[in-house]
Design a protein around this ligand. Structure first.
Ligand code: AMP
Length: 165
């Protein structure tokens, strides 16, 4: 909804990887077991994928990144790209959601990797590798948090007012 409002492509690394797995491409074959166990796909694969996607024509006036960056090296890579195109990020949004709410939502969604044991591993991987990005962006004074425990409509309204400021 946000990408639509902003007229930019919604770029989800997870969606791109799931298409690659479905197509049986080399990327898909390499990514499959990481995704089904809830581990992060290695950075060399992800960084190539994101560089390629951001170079495509529809992404030249902006984008909405979903699921990226997931760790500090990915955030540093993104920073390098933003420096190259002289487009600093005004802020980075942390959607703050309690674990119990995440688990309940994902069990309802029922994606292939939404089995409880895999969800719990994804949360563990998040704590270890993704959560440090909160400090990373706070140190750079770019961090904004939105309460993601609210309804979808309320979260959308909060994000929209941030982005449209
Ligand atoms: P998502 O659709 O964002 O929930 O991602 C689903 C799965 O794809 C994750 O559990 C990872 O295995 C993989 N994945 C997605 N984005 C990334 C990323 N930026 N870095 C590494 N792995 C990723």
């Amino acid at each position: 909804m946000l990408a639509n409002d902003c007229e930019v492509p919604h770029i989800s690394t997870g969606d791109i990887l799931r298409s690659a797995v479905a197509a049986g491409s080399e990327l898909g074959q390499k990514a499959d077991h990481y995704m089904s166990t809830g581990e992060l796909v290695p950075d060399d694969l992800i960084l190539d994928l994101i560089e390629e996607r951001l170079g495509q024509k529809d992404a030249q006036l902006g984008w909405l990144l979903d699921g990226f960056p997931r760790n500090v090296p990915q955030a540093e890579f993104l920073q390098k790209i933003l420096d190259q195109i002289d487009q600093p990020a005004d802020f980075v949004v942390n959607l703050d959601v309690e674990d119990a709410v995440i688990v309940a939502r994902l069990l309802q969604r029922g994606r292939k990797d939404d089995e409880e044991s895999v969800i719990l591993n994804r949360l563990e991987v998040y704590r270890q590798q993704t959560e440090p990005l909160i400090e990373f962006y706070r140190d750079r004074q770019q961090l904004v948090s939105v309460d993601g425990n609210q309804t979808m409509e309320a979260v959308y309204a909060a994000l929209k007012s941030l982005v449209m400021e």
